[in-house]
Design a protein around this ligand. Structure first.
Ligand SMILES: Nc1ncnc2c1ncn2[C@@H]1O[C@H](COP(=O)(O)OP(=O)(O)OP(=O)(O)O)[C@@H](O)[C@H]1O
Ligand SMILES: [Mg+2]
Length: 269
C-alpha cells in the first residue's frame, strides 16, 4: 500500500464520515449504508453534529442563549446541556439505529479515553474549544474489535488540572473529523452534508479543488458559513488521508455510491 500524502500509511479500509445535522433525526438511510460498508469489511468511523437538537433542548429547558459574533456562547449551564444532548441523546440514538440495522457500533465522545484535547478558542465564547491533539488509541481498539466508533464532538481541555471545574469543551464536529482522519490516518475523509458539494461563484458544483483553489474559495468568501470548517478540515487532514470528499448525504445510498466511485461531489486535494 502507498503511504498517505504525509508519508504515513493510512489504515486499510478506514473511512472517517462526518454526519451533518440535516441527516440526523428521523431514520437516516445513511446508517444502513454504514452497516453495509462494515459488512463489506470497511472500517467506518463516524463523527456527528447535532447543534439543532441542542438549540431545541435549550429552548425546552428555558435556558437563554447569548450570541457573540453570530455564535452561541457556551456558558457552564449550556455546556451541561450540550454534553447531555450530544454525548447522550443524539449519540445513543445513532448507535441504537446502527445496532438495529444489524451493525456493531460503540458511542463515545472526545472525552472518552482522552480521544480529543482542545484549548479555549476565545474566552468571550465560553466553553468552546479548538482541537489541539488527538489520541487515536480508543478508536484503534474499537476498530480492531470490529465496532464502528460513533463520536460526539466534545473534548477535554488540554490545560486541565486535577480538581478544575469545567474542563470539558464543545468543539466543532467538522474540525474534529478532520483531525481524527489525519491522526489515524484514515484512507478517506467524507463529509455528508445537505448540498451536492462545494459550489463555485457561479453556483456550479466544483468536482475537484486543489488545496490552493480551496483556500481561494475561503479567502474570496465564495465558501461561507458551515462550509468553512469543512474545507479547513479537509486541508488540515491532507497530511494523512488520501482523499477528502464533500457529498450530499440526503441523496439515496450516498455512502455506498461514494465507496463504489459513482457519487458526485467535491474532492479536495
Ligand atoms: N460555496 C459553498 N458551496 C456549498 N455550500 C456552501 C457554500 N458556502 C456556504 N455553504 C453552505 O454550507 C452549508 C453546509 O454546512 P452546514 O453547516 O449547514 O451543514 P452540515 O455541517 O452538513 O450540518 P450541521 O452543521 O447541521 O451538522 C450548505 O447548506 C450551504 O448553505
Ligand atoms: Mg455544519
Amino acid at each position: 500500500m502507498n503511504a498517505g500524502k504525509g508519508g504515513r500509511k493510512p489504515l486499510a479500509g478506514t473511512i472517517v464520515v462526518k454526519l451533518g445535522g440535516s441527516t440526523l433525526g428521523s431514520h437516516d438511510p445513511t446508517l444502513d449504508d454504514l452497516v453495509e460498508l462494515q459488512r463489506r469489511g470497511l472500517r467506518p468511523v463516524v463523527i456527528h453534529g447535532g447543534a439543532n437538537v441542542v438549540t431545541d433542548w435549550l429552548k425546552r429547558l428555558g435556558i437563554p442563549t447569548r450570541f457573540v459574533k453570530g455564535l452561541r456562547v457556551t456558558d457552564a449551564e449550556t455546556l451541561r446541556v450540550v454534553i447531555a444532548i450530544l454525548a447522550g441523546l443524539v449519540n445513543k440514538e445513532l448507535v441504537a439505529a446502527i445496532e438495529a440495522a444489524g451493525g456493531r457500533a460503540v458511542g463515545l465522545c472526545g472525552i472518552d479515553g482522552g480521544l480529543l484535547e482542545a484549548s479555549v478558542k476565545d474566552s468571550d465564547m465560553g466553553y468552546v474549544g479548538e482541537v489541539s491533539k488527538v489520541n487515536p488509541a480508543p478508536l484503534l481498539a474499537l476498530l480492531e474489535a470490529g465496532f464502528i466508533p460513533v463520536i460526539a464532538p466534545l473534548s477535554l481541555e488540554a490545560s486541565r488540572q486535577p480538581g478544575d471545574n469545567g474542563y470539558v469543551l464543545n468543539v466543532n464536529g467538522d474540525t474534529a473529523a478532520g483531525m481524527i482522519a489525519a491522526a489515524l490516518p484514515a484512507e478517506k475523509l467524507i463529509f455528508l452534508t445537505d448540498v451536492a458539494g462545494i459550489l463555485g461563484a457561479s453556483g456550479g458544483l466544483m468536482s475537484h479543488l486543489s488545496c490552493a483553489q480551496a483556500r481561494g474559495l475561503l479567502d474570496s468568501g465564495v465558501a461561507s458559513g458551515g462550509m468553512i470548517p469543512k474545507i479547513e478540515a479537509c486541508l488540515a487532514a491532507m497530511d494523512g488521508v488520501r482523499a477528502a470528499r464533500i457529498i450530499d448525504g440526503t441523496s439515496p445510498h450516498a455512502l455506498i455510491r461514494e465507496v463504489e466511485g459513482s457519487m458526485v461531489g467535491t474532492t479536495i486535494g
